[in-house]
Ligand binder design. Structure first.
Ligand SMILES: CC(C)(COP(=O)(O)OP(=O)(O)OC[C@H]1O[C@@H](n2cnc3c(N)ncnc32)[C@H](O)[C@@H]1OP(=O)(O)O)[C@@H](O)C(=O)NCCC(=O)NCCS
Length: 416
């Protein structure tokens, strides 16, 4: 018999065994490394928003996952979202639908708690797309020569942050979160990691006594043969004002004497506008003639788990000022409770779930694509162009485009 429940004290040794075999790349082999993995798991589990679950068969642990109770700022509204990470199945029990049961449990768990969305980072995008998760905004990796960043910002306003600045950092992030779309509130565990990880450094930009931006970064040696050659890897860049951005960039610019490249990860597509030379150092040209500026990857995925709740929570959002009775028909083979048709009545952009009845137009699509649309990671016209959505009356394409369009594509800076 299968049971899924939170891990208890006596389960952590088995958790370590399953995880170390599921993620050999983490190189957990020695007793010390195993202790470290267990302690880290237990420390995370102590955060009230994080819980490790196990799937047990007749009492034996077969699979694990970590659930995160997130608050996401979506289209200007704070709502709950469920996150899952560290999914791992016992090496000897793969392909027995253990991951399937874990993910079903995960979706039910958050649906019952009123979350309209679930999120995850996929180990393989296709595995989770089949389960109905849609792509979020892509991540860009820039490899910038420090001298190519502008040095004219107010570097004197940039100072290292210490544990005393915790509240200022959280307040700055919260304001940044309010300005943007899709960001999730910082967990205590994440803030603790920023300030206590021996590898991480924090640089903050202060303006009139307020922290207006910060960088979380670390150094990465370029090789064994010369310890003086390092890259500087920026994990987070948060800024509320152009001055804060330019100040932080000036700080990075000033590292030119010692740092080969700033490795900067950002979901902003336009970052090359900030670089004197936008090329990332790879000489090969793309036809004809395009210079490589950054590499890109897809990561964070979103999944709608409760369409009525999504529209109920976003009742104050302006869906493009449109007035239309829209029928949404979702295909959801993995989670059938979420499949079906709904009538959404938009009046001057405000959405209300309607009773079944007349409608102006119907759209039909898979939950994965609707999820990308619902968070603003893609737009309806693109889905139509790619044949990933269908519409009952093509004259309404522009209306539906305007309903879901947002210039603020979703950001995610939460590692889990
Ligand atoms: C990846 C991993 C979690 C898979 O675990 P698993 O228990 O072997 O996977 P499952 O047997 O549950 O396979 C998924 C099932 O869901 C099914 N499924 C997926 N989408 C579906 C859908 N839309 N409708 C119906 N079924 C669906 C698949 O068909 C598959 O079932 P099948 O094999 O009977 O066809 C496991 O191999 C593992 O631990 N890997 C290493 C660690 C890792 O990479 N973890 C992921 C981190 S995010």
């Amino acid at each position: 018999m299968r049971e899924i429940r939170p891990l208890r004290q006596e389960d952590w040794n088995d958790y370590v065994k399953i995880s170390m075999n599921a993620y050999p790349g983490m190189r957990v082999n020695t007793a010390v490394e195993q202790d470290r993995l267990r302690n880290r798991g237990q420390r995370m589990n102590a955060d009230p928003t994080i819980t490790f679950y196990g799937l047990f068969e007749n009492g034996a642990l077969r699979g694990v996952m970590r659930l995160h109770d997130f608050t996401m700022r979506l289209h200007g509204v704070d709502l709950s979202a469920g996150g899952v990470g560290a999914v791992a199945v016992d090496l000897y029990h793969k392909k027995r639908r253990i991951a399937y049961d874990l993910i079903q449990f995960f979706l039910d768990h958050y649906r019952e708690r009123g979350a309209p969305l679930a999120v995850l980072y996929p180990f393989r995008p296709d595995f989770y797309r089949e389960m109905g998760f849609g792509y979020g905004r892509k991540m860009n990796r820039y490899r910038i020569k420090p001298a190519d960043l502008s040095g004219d910002g107010r570097r004197e306003n940039v100072v290292p942050l210490t544990n005393r600045d915790r509240h200022a950092l959280v307040a700055c992030y919260n304001r940044f979160m309010a300005q943007n779309n899709g960001l999730m509130a910082l967990s205590d565990f994440a803030v603790h990691t920023f300030f206590h990880s021996p590898k991480l450094r924090l640089a903050g930009y202060w303006q009139d006594g307020l922290l207006r931006g910060y960088l979380v970064f670390r150094f990465e040696p370029l090789g064994e043969d010369n310890f003086l050659r390092n890259d500087l890897v920026v994990r987070h860049l948060v800024y509320e004002t152009p001055e804060a951005l330019r100040g932080l960039l000036a700080f990075l610019h000033s590292q030119a004497d010692q740092i080969e490249r700033i490795i900067l990860h950002t979901q902003e597509e336009d970052f090359h506008l900030l670089l004197a030379d936008p090329r990332n150092g790879r000489a090969a040209l793309m036809p004809s003639v395009y210079h490589e500026t950054n590499t890109q990857g897809t990561g964070i995925m979103y999944r709608l788990i409760d369409l009525p709740r999504y529209f109920a929570l976003l009742r104050e959002r302006d869906f493009g000022g449109q007035t239309v009775r829209l029928r949404v028909t979702l295909a959801d083979s993995f989670y059938p409770v979420n499949a079906g048709s709904w009538l959404v009545d938009f009046a001057d952009g405000r959405a209300r779930l309607g009773e079944s009845g007349d409608y102006d137009v119907e759209i039909r699509l898979d939950v994965a694509e609707f999820s990308s649309l619902a968070v603003g990671a893609t737009d309806f016209r693109r889905l139509m162009t790619y044949g990933l959505a269908a519409i009952s009356d093509r004259q309404y394409i522009d209306t539906v485009q305007r309903l879901f369009y947002t210039e603020k594509k979703p950001l995610c800076m939460t590692a889990f």
